[in-house]
Ligand binder design. Structure first.
Ligand code: HEC
Ligand code: HEC
Length: 354
């Protein structure tokens, strides 16, 4: 319980007293030819079963690699039931996906799931390795990365895209400069927000480190997005996810169970992994189900102590304090260099066969 909480509150879990924000670490060391191949593949629609979408269809560069709608679209004939997260500095995450079902140290497995799951890209390693073999430009990039005699091979496709993902850092923001000790880096309102973030707002208990996430899951009681119950295609994708993850009696579980599907522990029902806070200006709408359109709504929701079953407590922030927190959150996107362009040539207009 958070009782007797004055200006600075201490979260009653192990290690939390040391929770703090950190500036962006040095860029990842990547193999340039491999990352270049991954960049091309990220924008390549022929990595999906019917050639209709690429990674960039759902992770838009102009949106810090997040989606452009509250709930992500799905592969043709499906719809998804969660918001597509931004991918800035995704290399630093310890857990991946809103429910934390994948290990952050293993980006290729996340890429594989994106390519092969029926509701994302519905392709198959053997199919796409064959396609790459037949596209001269991609085959040339492949051989630059893997050697002159090499042949495209499914698992290495996922490794190449994972290598590209490691390059998505966005550079140093105002917040990074402030965290490195530059007292003039932040305008005064954002500076006030930064103090509230670690003080009265208690945000840093969960939003810590270089990304603003501790990689753990909490229940904030975010209301259901009504589109999931209203649209059968979203509901059956949710039920299929529950079935795939081995949830008992899954046909009766018609709400997003969050991390429960991973641990099967009752306490994890409705818990979602603390999201990273870099690039937020571009990645809205927010929360696992895209329910809040603005950062003002998100901060007000935290301030009121969340929704039913929430693990937050009301904060009693003033209007001014809420605005300062929003200014601080925005400073984490200022400036953010997200414009990684798609590869310059266009296979489609060049008339290369699919
Ligand atoms: C049809 C839309 C769609 C496509 C296409 C898609 N993604 Fe995703 N991606 C999502 C959604 C939605 C999530 C969150 C899923 C969840 O939490 O259940 C996600 C999650 C991720 C994550 C984990 C991010 C995090 O912060 O946990 C990574 C990494 C990722 N995608 C990379 C890719 C790559 C690489 C491709 C192409 C091979 C791709 N995605 C294609 C919608 C898509
Ligand atoms: C108990 C842990 C915890 C604390 C404390 C906390 N948050 Fe969160 N925050 C979360 C979780 C978990 C989510 C995602 C919830 C969901 O989608 O169901 C979230 C979501 C957010 C988002 C939306 C990000 C996105 O990409 O959708 C923002 C912004 C945010 N929090 C800011 C704050 C601020 C500002 C504070 C302090 C006033 C704060 N948080 C305190 C755990 C926490």
């Amino acid at each position: 319980m958070l009782t007797g909480c004055a200006l600075i509150c201490v979260w009653p879990t192990a290690g939390a007293q040391s929770a703090r924000l950190e500036p962006l670490p040095a860029p990842a060391t990547v193999k340039p030819a491999l990352a270049k191949l991954g960049w091309h593949l990220f924008f390549e629609p022929r990595l999906s079963g019917d050639g209709s979408r690429s990674c960039a269809s759902c992770h838009l560069p102009s949106r810090a690699y997040g989606g452009d709608s509250d709930l992500s679209r799905g592969y043709n004939g499906t719809e998804y039931f969660r918001n597509a997260p931004g991918l800035m500095s995704v290399r630093l995450k310890t857990r991946l996906m809103w429910d934390g079902r994948l290990d952050g140290a293993d980006l290729p497995t996340a890429v594989r799931d994106m390519v092969t799951e029926a509701h994302f890209m519905n392709a198959d390693g053997r199919l796409i390795q064959e396609r790459i073999r037949q596209i001269p430009e991609l085959l040339a990039l492949w051989r630059d990365a893997f050697g002159a005699q090499s042949q495209p091979y499914g698992p290495q496709i996922f490794v190449a895209i994972g290598e590209f993902l490691k390059t998505l850092d966005g550079g140093e923001t105002m917040v990074d400069r402030a965290l490195r000790g530059d007292r003039t880096a932040l305008p005064s309102q954002a500076r006030e927000g930064m103090a509230l973030f670690s003080g009265k707002g208690q945000c840093v208990r969960c939003h810590s480190g270089a990304l603003g996430t501790d990689g753990k899951a909490y229940r904030l009681g975010v209301p259901e997005n009504p589109a999931i119950a209203d649209e059968p295609l979203r509901m059956i994708t949710l039920l299929r996810h529950h079935a795939t993850m081995g949830v008992p009696n899954y046909m009766a579980e018609r709400k997003d169970l969050g991390s429960y599907v991973v641990s099967k522990q009752a306490a994890d029902r409705g818990r979602f992994v603390t999201p990273a806070l870099r690039g937020l200006t571009h990645t809205g709408p927010y929360m696992h189900n895209g329910l809040f359109a603005t950062l003002e709504e998100v901060v007000a929701f935290h301030d009121q102590g969340g929704g039913p079953g929430s693990e937050l407590r009301p904060l009693g922030l003033s209007v001014r304090e809420r605005a300062a927190l929003v200014a601080f959150l925005r400073a984490w996107s200022a400036p953010l260099q997200v414009a990684v362009e798609p590869p310059a040539y266009d296979y489609w207009s060049a008339g290369v066969a699919r």
